[in-house]
Design a protein around this ligand. Sequence first.
Ligand SMILES: [Zn+2]
Length: 200
Amino acid sequence: MRGMTQTVQPTVPGTREHPSLALVDTVHGSPGGRDRDELSTPEAATAWLVDHGLIAPESGLQEHCQGRLVRFRHDLRDLFVAQISMDVPAPKAVEALNRALSSAPGALLLRFDAELRFFRSAEHPMTQAVEHAMAIIAEDAASLLTGDAASQIAACESDSCQQLFLRTHARRQWCSNRCGDRVRAARAYARRREQRGVPA
Ligand SMILES: [Zn+2]
């Protein structure tokens, strides 16, 4: 098993319903200490947003937009970690979320189309694609942090993992079976070494 690259990531609980958790979880730690970042380039960040239905496929992100998304991810992590540890959040993280909430026009405008008749949609020209995506993510984070599920936000207890998840079962400690298996295997290994008197 060791050294095998896993191409399909298991779905971390909560990330399907919450784009804000999914964004925070785009950095993957590994036992070797080398992080894998799903937002490492403007192209990768665009692909991630398209995958999550947050921008149209034709809107490519510029490097500064990718940078903003990465900084926003950092601020969101701050907020979630403050919630998990019952600490005071960094004021700048709260400000960043509020900025994202209010930077995209949220009003749903009335439109008319001969076939569709009346419908409503938000105003978001291409240049505001990233603002629009960040506003949706910010809205999700704000309702997650203030809703009933806030107490379920948890951090994976595997040392090499940085994933946050929703603790859908009270005893859930890990973001995935993979992390649970890894921790159990490491503990069993340490126990065997101890029994044989090998210093750790
Ligand atoms: Zn994990």
